[in-house]
Design a protein around this ligand. Structure first.
Ligand code: C5P
Length: 232
């Protein structure tokens, strides 16, 4: 898979999601399904969106003991998702277990990426609540290196971290980057934002874009703008 725009379908119901996707008549955007929609609808939403011809990043951020994650990863692989994810904080045995479970009987598997530290965790919270005393940047890069060593395909990170992740883990290690806005003025609850064009310059492999597309008056035009600026 090459560079692509992943549309975060942060809707509460299947009906809203299908109504949104129905607007796209000429293209099939790569879709991210998160916990809210998946918990509301169950696996049927994945099967339906796959049947409509979209690729799917199922963003459920697994974090449990290795055996549970191994068997759960096998279920995800059976759902035919294209990308899934877990928390690197679950440790290397958990990540290795996930990679074992992910391989389908035919030898293929979805891509697996790791969340390093959530962007809602800053240095102070990490130190005071999680009792991790090292600098946040160092923790992110160490977790990325752990993910690579466990056989994962990449990480979720800020576009601003994409270069350092590639320097540490190699150019082929995927950086999937949210926090995308067309301008600084629209940043909403995202702390640090990057335009699609800047994310491309910084070396992101995939950008995850939610509200700039889903809340746009013309979602198809907004998606095309992201594709033009990021993919070219
Ligand atoms: O609407 P917006 O473009 O901010 O959506 C970004 C998407 O990426 C949301 O689904 C959000 O949960 C997700 N995400 C994020 N930051 C992370 C990890 C995931 O914004 N660090």
């Amino acid at each position: 898979m090459g560079k692509d725009v992943i549309v975060a379908c942060d809707f509460a119901t299947a009906e809203h999601t299908y109504a949104f996707l129905d607007k796209f008549t000429d293209e099939k955007p790569f879709v991210k399904i998160g916990m809210e929609l998946f918990f509301a609808t169950g696996p049927s939403i994945v099967r339906e969106i796959k049947a409509r011809g979209h690729k799917i990043f199922l963003d459920l951020k697994m974090h449990d003991i290795p055996n549970t994650v191994r068997s759960s990863a096998a279920v995800l692989a059976g759902l035919d998702v294209d990308i899934c994810n877990l928390h690197a904080a679950g440790g290397m045995d958990m990540m290795r277990g996930a990679m074992e479970g992910l391989v389908r009987p035919d030898g293929t598997r979805p891509l697996m990426i790791a969340v390093t530290q959530l962007t809602s965790i800053d240095q102070t919270r990490m130190q005071n609540e999680l009792l991790i005393a090292r600098p946040l940047d160092e923790v992110v890069l160490q977790y990325a290196a752990n993910a690579k060593a466990a056989g994962l395909d990449g990480v979720v990170c800020s576009p601003l971290e994409a270069g350092r992740v590639h320097d540490t883990c190699g150019a082929g290690f995927l950086t999937v980057t949210p926090g995308i806005r067309f301008s600084e003025a629209d940043r909403g609850d995202q702390q640090r934002v990057t335009t699609p064009a800047r994310a491309r310059e910084l070396g992101s492999d995939y950008i995850v874009v939610g509200r700039p597309i889903t809340k746009s008056g013309d979602p198809v035009a907004a998606y095309r703008r992201c594709m033009a600026d990021f993919v070219g």
